[in-house]
Design a protein around this ligand. Structure first.
Ligand code: ACO
Length: 429
């Protein structure tokens, strides 16, 4: 795919760098042979200008505010498809036929329960542990429970591991929640669809049946769909890097969950709602906008800004519509948090600082409002993101493992430490 090239001149020596042309997006300079030929590295902390792999899964145009899964725009998938179909699309590259969908649904549904011994494993955690802490541990521990799907060289085992992860993550997230509030675990109900089953495992108790509202299940499903994949973000790159060493899929997904937890990434939905609550009333917004602009103050408006989207986050648009629908449905449209969110968005979108830096609301700005209205505590926001993103992580991991060019990820560095020096004895320091 390299029909163009660029020239790089270092100390009067020219080097030819192939230019790779993607099917979409900017051209990519191929520097793989640069170190061998010119004895230099490239320097790009945060990978702002570096493609770490080629991929056929997800495309983002940050300037236009577009997101496609396997070529299909996110807006169409969010309104016309459903999460399980999107899982199939991400994993296998095409929309399923009716028979393929039924088969996939059956396979996922058959794997929703976790090994009974895992219940004891949960009980080892403190009740006040953050559900993300529990999930990192329990998902990592899946490799200790499902030995028959950890051989990454066996495509059948890779497939079984993928289905297990997609099927069991909602069960594990719901168990982490139930454990944290001291309620008994609720077993999956395979009569229910994927989103309804998750809501049921979170909100039903043995003493009282929980009737899943189809509109809420639809909103939940849409949240899953909107978070399903996002090309080479921090947690996905973590999964790929962990997987590049040959680590088993459960260990890799646990690594992805750990990375997602950070407030600059998946933890932003919790941080955003906490910020909206802290602002509390519309009249306090200017104070927080001023803080966000103050270079001396580390405060940032959570839910604003994105490394890739410099126009708007298309997921945020869909999420905003969902927020309006869900809050109306639940009769909490005048919710003070939503009022603060709407006014904050309006002010920030007109403010010179945010406009010039292209800081728009991201997906996390509205997702927290919906989840709170549904009855989830803030600590569950990031676990819900994690369970939604699991399919994306797996699709990317499978793509990497199946790539004959796959090699262990090993970035280099610009060393700026001390020169070589001799050890000094304690008595002489
Ligand atoms: N509030 C105020 N200022 C901001 C914000 C914000 N939310 N985000 C970026 N800026 C400013 C920075 O201070 C910086 O200003 P400067 O150029 O004067 O120094 C400029 O905008 C660029 O910011 P960077 O941090 O360099 O941008 P980067 O692409 O590295 O960061 C990130 C993207 C991490 C998402 C950032 O915008 C942020 O911290 N946002 C808040 C957290 C958040 O909502 N994260 C969720 C991301 S979406 C997701 O993971 C699903």
């Amino acid at each position: 795919m390299a029909d163009k090239s660029a020239k790089l001149r270092i100390n009067d020596q020219d080097y030819e760098l192939p230019i790779l042309s993607p099917t979409q997006g900017p051209d990519v300079l191929d520097i793989r042979k640069l170190y061998g030929q010119a004895d230099v590295f490239t320097y790009d902390p945060g990978f702002t200008s570096t493609a770490s792999c080629d991929s056929t899964i997800t495309f983002i145009d940050g300037d236009k505010g577009e997101l496609w899964y396997r070529g299909y725009p996110i807006e169409q998938l969010a309104s016309q498809s459903n999460y399980l179909e999107v899982c199939y699309l991400l994993l296998y590259g095409e929309l399923p036929t009716t028979a393929q969908m039924e088969d996939f649904r059956t396979r996922v549904t058959r794997h929703t329960m976790v090994h009974e011994q895992m219940h004891n494993f949960f009980r080892g955690f403190r009740r006040d542990a953050h559900p993300m802490a529990t999930m990192v541990g329990v998902v990592g521990a899946m490799s200790a429970f499902y030995h028959d799907s950890t051989d990454i060289g066996d495509s059948w085992q890779r497939e079984v591991a993928s289905i297990r992860l997609i099927a069991k993550l909602p069960t594990i997230a719901a168990m982490a929640y139930k454990y944290s509030i001291g309620q008994p675990f609720v077993y999956p109900d395979n009569e229910l669809d994927y989103a309804s089953n998750f809501l049921n495992m979170c909100f039903s108790v043995p003493a009282e049946k929980y009737k899943v509202d189809p509109a809420l299940a639809r909103a939940m499903d849409r949240i899953f769909t909107l978070h399903a994949d996002h090309e080479q973000n921090a947690s996905t790159s973590t999964v790929r890097l962990a997987g590049s060493s040959g680590a088993n899929p459960f260990a890799c997904i646990a690594a992805g969950i750990a990375c997602l937890w950070g407030p600059a990434h998946g933890g932003a939905n919790q941080a955003c709602l906490e910020m909206l609550r802290e602002i509390g009333t519309v009249d306090r917004i200017p104070e927080f906008i001023a803080r966000a602009k103050d270079k001396e103050d580390p405060f940032r408006l959570m839910g604003f800004g994105h490394r890739v989207y410099k126009n708007f986050d298309p997921r945020a648009k869909v999420m905003k519509e969902s927020a309006d629908e869900v809050l109306d449905l639940l009769g909490v449209g005048d919710n003070p948090t939503l009022q603060v969110a709407k006014e904050l968005e309006r002010i920030a979108l007109e403010d010179e600082y945010f406009v010039s830096k292209k800081l728009y609301p991201n997906v996390d700005f509205y997702s927290g409002i919906i989840l709170e209205a549904m009855g989830f505590p803030t600590s569950m926001f990031t676990p819900i993101f994690a369970l939604s993103r699991t399919v994306g992580w797996i699709a990317q991991w499978k793509e990497m493992i199946g790539d004959p060019q796959n090699k262990i990820g090993r970035p280099r560095q610009l060393y700026v430490g001390s020169d070589k020096r001799d050890y000094v004895d304690f008595s002489k320091r």
